[in-house]
Ligand binder design. Structure first.
Ligand code: GLN
Length: 212
């Protein structure tokens, strides 16, 4: 009896009309700007998967934690039992990208005595510490890895990274030298919101972590 061909062979035999399999990027969709991240994920040619329950994580290649309100997200992550499944996904090597509130969820330490949530990134953050005078502001962010053209950074009650461990690569700093974008292994985070602009370079950088 002939054995069925392995899936990869079958896919290549499917002919020129076959759609190449796209990366499936989960987006935590409990609260916050997950729709904007879904648009960005589509724009870079990947498939967004909205994650609300642990079972939604099955089969995703990576995960995005959006901007929003980290206290609300933390409660919902607890209520739906997502903390351990997300940590397990990251331990299994899946890249994770957090923006603003998402960065807070990833942090190992939160100042002012708040309990950390996922502890996947060796940084300390202080919530709402940028823009004390002005809740929201926009500022150019230079990220040499993404080319000479600065990113347009949108900051909304953004967290301040007050400490970064030795394994953490700082991709961008503010004019006082404080980290604005960081990477530790396959965990990426920004204090600002790249999902709120049409510049997809940060999401493409995340895609590179998935393809690496
Ligand atoms: N200030 C929010 C928090 O602490 C984060 C704001 C944002 O994601 N834009 O959760």
């Amino acid at each position: 009896m002939p054995q069925p061909a392995p899936a990869s062979t079958r896919a290549s035999e499917a002919g020129p009309d076959s759609v190449p399999s796209r990366h499936r990027i989960g987006i935590l969709a409990l609260q916050g700007d997950f729709r904007e991240h879904a648009d960005a994920v589509r724009a870079i040619g990947a498939e967004p998967v909205l994650v609300r329950l642990p079972r939604d994580l099955v089969g995703v290649d990576a995960l995005i934690l959006p901007g929003g309100e980290s206290t609300t997200m933390r409660k919902l992550v607890d209520r739906y039992g997502l903390c351990e499944p997300i940590a397990a996904l990251a331990r299994g090597g899946a890249p994770v990208f957090g923006t603003c509130a998402g960065m807070i969820l990833l942090a190992d330490r939160i100042t002012d005595g708040e309990e950390p949530v996922l502890r996947l990134l060796d940084i300390a953050v202080q919530r709402n510490a940028y823009g004390r005078q002005l809740d929201s502001f926009e500022s150019d962010v230079e990220i040499p890895q993404l080319g000479a053209e600065p990113l347009h950074g949108i900051f909304i009650r953004a967290p301040l990274v007050t400490d970064a461990g030795p394994e953490v690569e700082v991709l961008a700093r503010d004019e006082s030298g404080r980290p604005l974008a960081v990477r530790q292994g396959k965990v990426l985070a920004t204090a600002f919101h790249p999902e709120l602009t049409d510049d997809r370079r940060m999401h493409r950088l995340f895609l590179q972590l998935i393809e690496a």
